[in-house]
Design a protein around this ligand. Sequence first.
Ligand SMILES: [Zn+2]
Length: 450
Amino acid sequence: MNKTVAINDGIIVSMNDKREVFKGSILIENNKIVQIERGPSRLKADEEIDAKGSIVTPGFICSHTHLYGILLRGAPLKLKPPSDFTQNLQRIWWPMDETMNSDDAYISALTASLELLRSGTTTFADTFSGPNAITGVLDKIEKGVLEAGIRGFISFEATQRRNEEEGYQGLKENERYIKKIKNEKMNGMVSIHASFTVHDDLLKAGKELSDKYSVPITIHTSEGKWDLYHNLERYGKRTFERLYDLRILGNKTLVAHAVQVNEDELNLIANTGTSVAHNALSNMLNAVGIAPVPEMLRLGINVSIGNDGYVFDTFENIRATYLIHKVNKLDPRVMNFQQVLEMSTINAAKSLGIQDKLGSIEEGKLADLVIIKPSVIPTPLNEGSAYGYLVNSVNGKDVNTVIVNGEILLKEGKFTKIDINEINEKAEKMVSNYWSRLMHSVEKIEILGL
Ligand SMILES: [Zn+2]
């Protein structure tokens, strides 16, 4: 028998082609949106949700994350503060990668997925890195993701920073996983760390894999200046010139960051239909610069929002994206509400090739939906104020209900399928074990004098 859910009488932020916002109701049958009614009509269903006084949005999509980044939260690392992004990688992220085992990967995937869900993210694109946990690790990550119930693109980040072979092992793990996926919520992709840690051959092999299985390929690009300098010095080309010449760019390619890019490179991104995942908070944290997102949007580049494994609250990332470009350009007109909401829904869906199924509220699309009930409303909530509420006022704690694939996973702010206290207790034990191993790796780096 078909199960139906109705969401009645909400302010629907559709993100459809016309970007309509209207008062109405939505009927879900199994995992799909089957009916949308405008006006005050109430739809009958097995389960009826009263969304009066609430905003209903498509499930948010995070186009770039590292779920295992959640393990760094509060980690008391005793180290010389990194002076730039490269030192940041050498002193924090790479020891962290090298300490990861597959159990750490599992618990980070589960807890980070829950945190994403809690604030309204229903799909994410993750790249995991861990040279001591390559083969089979994506199965462990999948286990955590599916226990949470969220939709995920997961991948292993191929890199040759330690040796050439490891890069190919990373690609192999992506291929192994892509071939075995059975669950409709899970997707594979190809991930390559960054052009400064891989040779041309690995980049080409990654692109071939992406073409062979018709899955996205993702790579960090010109996040800091090091990537640019490396490519200029070794290849005589800027980062995107090198990637273009190797035919890595294209409409299945999702580049993260693109901070240190010039106009010629922006044109290469635009002309090849390449998508960009923008990570405003992470870029601030790492002091790498501000990506030229207003210019990207002007050129028609498909820009989406990622969290880069830093802050997992959807709305903090949306708000940072909304604000950073205004102060950077000293012009409040360079970013508007609609643009940042597009970047976290329909643009992000497009960047992963799933825009026909997700990213907007339309009949026939998959039922990934979020109901947000702002806790205090001193001003009227209506069709005209919904965008402003979402971008300026709401935070993750205002998310009341999250539906993924037609299933209610969060109701009245509480998880319906899992015991969060039990998971947190288990996670704390596992993470304190991980931290003590991490301290050891960090000390070794200090001794090496990096
Ligand atoms: Zn990243």
